[in-house]
Write a protein that binds this ligand. Structure first.
Ligand code: AMP
Length: 291
């Protein structure tokens, strides 16, 4: 028998209230999974709910547009927000608790302590967005301490974020199991992202070159090419033809994110591309069939 889900969703804005609700569930032995998001939910986010459900009795989704991880010139004020729509989607997908705190609840006063990575944040997104990963790790550490989940689910879409959270969990001995979910894409291959709404019609059409560039790399890999520079060239050709400037397109080790010279099955090709004013991130595992 399938159990109809989605009938009960509790939306909670206060840390104290969340702790009380989850405490009661933990006392009866429930396993808790957390899915951190910034809202503006799409099917990518909702696929993380399914992955969480497979691992736990209670699924907590957090919804918080974290000011700490936005640079001064970034899109904090215009980032899409839709609490009501998000709550409906979360409920329909079977989320049990939606934690949607105000900024004051998460950051009530001057902060003295942050979680600052060293090393893994110097390249790629970290190089383009100084301080971004300090903001990410600080809020994720806070959410881990607030929810105290058994399991936490993140998307491989944000590859460097996953690598850094994994490093934080290891280095700070945080007792949580990390689950990394594959990338959910639109029909034409574009990775789903809350920021896709910024794309104009023409930009949206051209954005398909982003996944195409990565597919070109994977096709060359499957054809037997292993030289990372040659593989990357195949991807850059696609972006050049579409006149899309890449901040980077690189074959990297999946955990260290160091560039590789010779690709293997686990190598990830990742890119960040500017389509108008919007930066799109995407990646593919060269040895995988999947998205
Ligand atoms: P965000 O709301 O952008 O901070 O994303 C919240 C979580 O959803 C992160 O773990 C992302 O990696 C994940 N995510 C975002 N887009 C996708 C996607 N297209 N497929 C799967 N996961 C995604």
């Amino acid at each position: 028998m399938t159990v109809a889900r989605g009938s009960m969703l509790r939306t909670i804005a206060r840390i104290r209230e969340l702790r009380a609700a989850l405490g009661a569930m933990k006392r009866v032995g429930s396993r808790i999974a957390v899915v951190p998001t910034m809202g503006a939910l799409h099917d990518g986010h909702l696929s993380l709910v399914d992955a969480a459900r497979a691992k736990a009795d209670v699924v907590v989704m957090t919804l918080f547009v974290n000011p700490l991880q936005f640079g001064p010139a970034e899109d904090l004020s215009r980032y899409p927000r839709d609490l009501e729509g998000d709550a409906a989607k979360a409920k329909a997908r079977g989320v049990d608790v939606l934690f949607a705190p105000a900024v004051d609840e998460m950051y009530p006063g001057d902060r003295v302590v942050s979680v600052v990575p060293r090393g893994l944040d110097e390249r790629w997104e970290g190089a383009v967005r100084p301080g971004h990963f300090t903001g990410v790790l600080t809020v994720v550490a806070k959410l881990f301490n607030i929810v105290q989940p058994d399991v936490a689910v993140f998307g491989r879409k944000d590859l460097q974020q996953v690598a850094l959270i994994r490093a934080m969990v290891r280095d700070l001995d945080i007792p949580v199991e990390l689950v990394v979910a594959p990338i959910v894409r639109e029909e034409d291959g574009l990775a789903m992202s809350s920021r896709n709404v910024y794309l104009g019609a023409d930009e949206r059409a051209r954005a398909v070159a982003v996944p195409r560039s990565l597919e070109a790399v994977r096709a060359r890999f499957r054809a037997g090419e292993r030289d990372a520079a040659v593989l990357e060239g195949a991807g850059r050709d696609v972006l050049r033809d579409a006149e899309l400037p890449a901040d980077y397109l690189a074959c990297v080790h999946p955990d260290t994110l160091e560039p590789v010279v010779t690709a293997d099955e686990r190598t990830v090709v990742q890119t960040a591309v500017r389509v108008g004013r919007t930066r799109l991130l995407d990646n593919l595992v060269l040895g995988d069939e999947g998205p």
